[in-house]
Design a protein around this ligand. Structure first.
Ligand code: DSN
Length: 435
């Protein structure tokens, strides 16, 4: 059991409030999850004290014999989990993982192609306000207006016309699986690198419930804290087939070794200094958990729960983009209900339900208002909630969205949500242990 002893009263008060918020509310942000007490224990450990610039066996500091073991354990477990040949577990976040890959293969001014942020893409896939859009020339591909699915005709014609040096696959708000093979064919036709950013569905891919990008993509980046349920952080993988892939700008033999060294040096010293060794130990713990059969069952339930919620919303006349989901999230277009994403996020927040407002494809509102909300099931599934609970959650949400201006009603839903959540405790031991 994890015990928290905090003598700093102000810090303790904040911590208690946040634990209660996570315990008593419904956490439906698609990129969030609840880590295990084991992961928390590793995170809150003395490994935070250690500087370890470099890599296992090749550090710039003494005293690294045990943190070397932590990093090796994390790397070995990732290789087993995803079947990759190489991994770097040091990126502090998904953004840094992407940055290190871009800097390994691109020069400033080179062209990259990624999914439009306003269509579900990610900041680091070429948004003008992000380093990716400032350092590189960006071509964005879209989803189709009629079915909200990736527009492959457009991907192909934009690729042929612009010849980007790298194509990025992946999204923050796309409820469907990806056809990595089709992207590979397009990338090969113009000699582009192919990068998959699987930050959102990583746990579902590790559980072999969604398509595997590793046989088709040159680089696979991810965060470790979403469906993978680890500590916050990032990593970069290269698959077994890299050595034989056509079009890689590297010598015919030893490509993987060469590219691994390039990636390693672009993570450190390229963009980061000392790795966060406590986080790397916690990553190792989370990967160990993800290797257990129970994790596959968990991932299956994450998808079932998202699909159940999608069905309930559709039945009640809500517009669910792509008309459903293959993964852990659904994206709801609230325009037909006369609501903005902001109104919905605020009302649901008052009702004890945390979601985020989100642009929907071809949105008519600004990113601070939006026409949609994104709902994800990783966290509630970790609490043990299944399909019957999704029906209850749907009713809470529908009721709140039907009464966005009725504070009394929203308060009463909040009480019901609290009662409901008390049947699925998550950090009760933690709360009881705080002194
Ligand atoms: N901010 C994350 C998300 O919510 O999807 C992506 O980085």
């Amino acid at each position: 059991m994890l015990e928290i002893k905090l003598n700093d009263q102000e810090a303790k008060e904040i911590l208690l409030k946040e634990i209660l918020r996570q315990e008593e509310g419904l956490e439906l942000i698609a990129s969030e999850n609840y880590v295990s007490l084991d992961v928390l224990n590793a995170l809150g450990s003395v490994l935070t004290n250690k500087y370890a610039e470099g890599y296992p066996g090749k550090r710039y500091y003494g005293g690294c014999e045990f943190v070397d073991m932590a990093e090796d354990l994390a790397r070995d477990r990732v290789k087993k989990l995803f079947g990759c040949e190489y991994v770097n577990v040091q990126p502090h976040s998904g953004s840094q993982a992407n940055m290190a890959v871009y800097f390994s293969i691109l020069k400033p001014g080179d062209k990259i192609m990624g999914l439009n942020l306003a269509h579900g893409g990610h900041l680091t896939h070429g948004s003008p306000v992000n380093f990716s859009g400032r350092f590189f020339e960006v071509i964005s591909y879209n989803v189709r207006e009629d079915n909200q699915l990736v527009d492959f005709d457009q991907v192909e014609s934009l690729a042929k016309q612009n010849k980007p040096k790298a194509i990025v696959i992946g999204a923050s708000a796309y409820p469907r699986d990806w056809d990595y093979k089709k992207f590979r064919e397009i990338a090969d036709s113009i000699g582009a690198y192919l990068i998959a950013d699987i930050a959102h569905p990583a746990g579902l891919i590790a559980s072999k419930l969604l398509n595997d990008p590793l046989p088709y993509c040159d680089f696979v980046t991810t965060t470790t804290h979403k469906t993978l349920r680890g500590p916050r952080g990032g990593m970069i993988m290269i698959g077994k087939d890299f050595e034989n892939r056509e079009g890689i700008r590297a010598p015919k033999s030893g490509r993987l070794k060469m590219m691994s060294e390039i990636i390693d040096s672009n993570v450190m010293p390229g963009i980061q200094g000392g790795p966060l060794m406590h986080v790397i130990l916690a990553k190792a713990v989370a990967f160990g958990e993800a290797l257990r059969p129970e994790f596959v069952e968990y991932s299956k339930q994450v998808i079932k729960n998202a699909q159940r919620l999608a069905t309930r919303f559709i039945e009640k006349g809500y517009k669910v983009t792509t008309n459903g989901t293959d993964n852990h999230l659904i994206l709801i277009d609230l325009r037909s209900k006369g609501l903005t994403g902001k109104q919905a996020e605020d009302a649901l927040g008052l009702a004890g339900i945390t979601v985020n407002k989100n642009m929907v494809p071809y949105d008519t509102q600004s990113p601070m208002v939006t026409s949609g909300i994104r709902i994800g099931t990783p966290a509630v599934t970790t609490r043990g909630m299944k399909e019957p609970e999704m029906d209850i959650i749907f009713n809470f949400i529908d009721s709140a969205l039907s009464n966005v201006n009725d504070t009394q009603k929203l308060n009463s839903i909040r009480e019901e949500v609290k009662q409901f959540c008390s049947k699925f405790p998550i950090y009760k031991e933690l709360l009881n242990s705080i002194s």
